[in-house]
Design a protein around this ligand. Structure first.
Ligand code: PAF
Length: 287
């Protein structure tokens, strides 16, 4: 497995691979890999002849009071996991290489980033879209894989690819969960055993919303209420938002007639967790 640290060298690698007729899959990550990342890599491996994984803790997507300095990092462990996939090439640049002095160009998808996490993390999705656009220009992938756990991020990237005509196929991959339902995240490493136990209420709340829809309820407010009861019963959880939105536009909805996203962000102590599920209403019976 080759490790490339410099953007120019990565671009030359990608150009050579393309000229040789290789198909490049790319999995962008911030490292501290878990089974969720590995599932993206396995699918990338399946879809292409060359698999590139970027490992870059992107400083611009962290707010001033967020966890950039303490974000978990273990490059040696990450490399061992990637070798086992196997990944062909790891792109692990330094911040100064991607953001040289004078950097001033940003990519912003407007409406899709307004609500949900975007409302609480100003500038976050602009920074994510910008770094992913840069990674696409550097790694030149034919296909790139993203997890549905970061659903708003996924939709933002899909929107960017469409609006800016990036020639990259975006593949959405399902959330990978621990056996007890907790969605896998690098930030789970921060949780104390008590906080982890409380955090399980998030996936339980999503299931409660799903059950309401399955029972025939179509008012989004009722799904929200069912989820809220579960979250409120959990000890150490501080809910930031609990929303039911259109799964495509991410706009709030009243009546569920098309697929919806139920999305939750909550603090367990000082750790911010997000989770979601897409619910599809069964078609209305024909008269
Ligand atoms: O999901 C992540 O790990 C990051 O937001 C990404 C897509 C690698 C961009 O920094």
């Amino acid at each position: 497995m080759e490790i490339i640290r410099e953007a120019g060298q990565m671009q030359r690698w990608a150009e050579t691979a393309r000229l040789a007729g290789e198909k490049i899959a790319c999995v962008p990550t911030m490292g501290y890999l878990h089974e969720g990342h590995l599932s993206l890599m396995r699918e990338g491996r399946r879809r292409a002849s060359r698999l590139v994984v970027s490992v870059f803790v992107n400083p611009t997507q962290f707010g001033p009071s967020e966890d950039l300095n303490s974000y978990p990092r273990d490059f040696d462990r990450d490399c061992a996991l990637m070798e086992a996939i196997p990944v062909d090439t790891v792109f692990a640049p330094q911040p100064a290489d991607l953001y040289p002095p004078g950097f001033q160009t940003w990519v912003e998808a407007a409406e899709i980033t307004r609500g949900l996490c975007g409302a609480y993390r100003p500038g976050h999705f602009r920074a994510v879209a910008t770094v992913v656009a840069k990674l696409f220009n550097i790694i030149k992938p034919h296909v790139a894989l993203f997890g549905e756990k970061d659903y708003q991020q996924l939709r933002t990237i899909e929107q960017m690819v469409r609006d800016l005509n990036f020639d990259v196929e975006i593949v959405a991959m399902p959330i990978v969960r621990e056996a007890d339902g907790l969605a896998m995240s690098s930030r789970n490493a921060y949780l104390s055993p008590e906080q982890r136990a409380s955090a399980l209420a998030i996936s339980r709340a999503l299931r409660a919303a799903g059950q309401k829809l399955a029972q025939g309820v179509r008012r989004a407010q009722e799904l929200r209420e069912a989820a809220r009861v579960v979250l409120d019963a959990a000890g150490e959880l501080n809910v930031q938002y609990l929303e039911v939105v259109d799964a495509q536009t991410l706009e709030p909805i009243g009546l569920i007639e098309a697929p919806v996203l139920v999305a939750i962000a909550a603090w367990a102590g000082r750790t911010r967790l997000i989770d979601n599920c897409v619910l599809v209403p069964p078609p209305a019976p024909t008269p």
